[in-house]
Design a protein around this ligand. Structure first.
Ligand code: TYD
Ligand code: MG
Length: 454
């Protein structure tokens, strides 16, 4: 019965007869969600009684807790496994978020090919019919006798199908199309998305099923997107890419079983997604030669060094306040570097509009990219190209001094591997720095020295 539904606040648990924008008890906004009256949370005493029987409510000394290592299995896509922290964990719930059309369904369908060799996989889709999925699978060369398809959006039916089939892996495409008929809210609303995720979480934890859930990220606000689910699930992966270019980057925003700083790189082609094991080559392909305003740096994506090209364009401004735009680089950091370049480097950049771009859809959030940015800006300002075989690594401080960065040895070997012969680095580096043969280090103390070298 629809009228039996009720609402509660996810912040303080306050129960309300109807929905409200703000919780009257804790004054939090947008925290009221709907819940069916039948599945109302049990009173504490009842819950404790159930817990007692199952033996989970009693606190246990830490050394009594038995630790079996989590069971992991390879998905067959090593770039995905890397982002997951070394394979998927059995009984975990992984959310794969991304803009529509970026390739989430394709990625999930492709991993089925390998998973089916040792596991039973159920692919639930609310977006495409079974026929459409099969046609796509055939096009992608996905074969699997243990792959089951279900075009269904009703949560109850999905749970029942899972109970009957007992798959090892469940893929849900997408969480926004799934709905619980007991709730009056529309599919895709916060209440529905949270309720369905909770039900899938129970399937994952209760039956040891590994669940992959696809979630669309909305352009604006992302109200019912994966953002509201981030705290509920074990892993949150975002699949990103730029519309025109065929490269896709998978990154972890949260991972209960591993680090979150790894990226996986894919290329979308006619045959679906292919892995790109050497992202540096891809990111540097098509790099302009002998043009001012570009410089290569090396950033660490997890444990992997990746070369990135930084581009800057400075042009005399026709406004009172110069325009600055940044793509793939922190806006405030870029403004800071422009100020340092003016005060410590002596280049009058304040009268210029500055446009900054990082090639390949990469986001550089590491200070190690500072020096390359300064070099690219200066190169554009002076209209003189940076030597094509030069890379730059180093953090720039407010006085224009250069600071050392971590993992410099690894970065230098990657720089060398891709054919660079010179690298600008801070003068003070770790004592035991292994410099690859054939790579000349240009040690500079501050940006003035760096600019003088150029
Ligand atoms: P899809 O996986 O459906 O995106 P999502 O599930 O994230 O919405 O991917 C759709 C896009 O990928 C579509 O624009 C076409 C493109 N694509 C290819 O270029 N090659 C392929 O082999 C496939 C299957 C899709
Ligand atoms: Mg899809």
């Amino acid at each position: 019965m629809k009228s039996k539904t009720m609402f509660y606040c996810t912040e303080c648990g306050n129960e309300l007869p109807k929905w409200a924008g703000q919780c009257p008890a804790c004054k939090a906004w947008n925290t009221i969600v709907e819940q069916p009256a039948e599945s109302k949370r049990k009173s504490p005493s009842a819950a404790a009684a159930v817990g007692e029987r199952r033996g989970i409510a009693r606190p246990r000394r830490m050394d009594e807790v038995e630790t079996t290592r989590e069971l992991r299995f390879a998905t067959g896509m090593s770039e995905l496994d890397r982002v997951l922290g070394g394979g998927a964990v059995q009984g975990s719930l992984v959310l794969v978020g991304g803009a529509p059309g970026i390739g989430k369904s394709t990625l999930m369908l492709q991993i089925c090919h390998n998973l089916c060799r040792f596991a039973q996989v159920l692919y639930v889709s609310g977006e495409e019919s079974e026929r459409q999925i099969k046609l796509r699978a055939e096009r992608l060369g996905v074969k699997g006798e243990a792959l089951y398809l279900l075009a269904e959006t009703n949560l109850e039916d999905v749970v029942e199908a899972v109970d009957q089939l007992k798959p090892d892996v469940l893929i849900v495409d997408s969480i926004q199309t799934l709905y619980n008929a007991e709730l009056s809210a529309a599919p895709g609303s916060v209440g529905q998305v949270k309720d369905c995720t909770l039900a899938l979480m129970n399937l994952a934890k209760g039956h040891g099923i590994t669940v992959f859930v696809i979630g669309h990220v909305n352009k604006e606000g992302s109200i019912a997107g994966p953002k509201v689910l981030e705290h509920m699930v074990d892993c949150v992966l975002y699949f990103e890419g730029e519309g025109q270019n065929s490269y896709r980057i998978l990154r972890a925003a949260k991972n209960r079983f591993g680090a979150t700083n790894e990226i996986g790189v894919f290329e979308m082609g006619d045959g679906g997604l292919t892995e790109v094991p050497n992202p540096s080559e891809m990111l540097l392909s098509g790099r302009p030669q002998d043009t001012p305003g570009t410089c290569v740096t090396c950033v660490m994506e997890g444990v992997r060094p990746v070369l990135a090209e930084v581009q800057a364009l400075l042009a005399p401004t026709s406004f009172n306040v110069p325009r600055r735009t940044c793509n793939g680089f922190d806006f405030n950091r870029a403004n800071l570097l422009l100020a340092v370049l003016e005060k410590r480097g002596g280049l009058m950049v304040s009268s210029c509009d500055a446009y900054i771009n990082v090639i390949g859809g990469l986001t550089l959030d590491e200070p190690a990219a500072d020096l390359a940015m300064v070099v690219a800006l200066a190169s554009s300002f002076r209209d003189r190209p940076v030597p094509g075989d030069l890379a730059a690594v180093g953090e720039v401080g407010l006085t224009g001094e250069l600071r050392s960065v971590n993992a410099l040895g690894q970065r230098l070997s990657e720089v060398h591997r891709l054919g660079f012969t010179k690298c600008l680095v801070p003068e003070r580096t770790g004592a035991k720095l292994e410099v690859p043969k054939g790579l000349q280090l240009i040690r500079v103390r501050n940006i003035r020295e760096a600019l003088a070298f150029l």
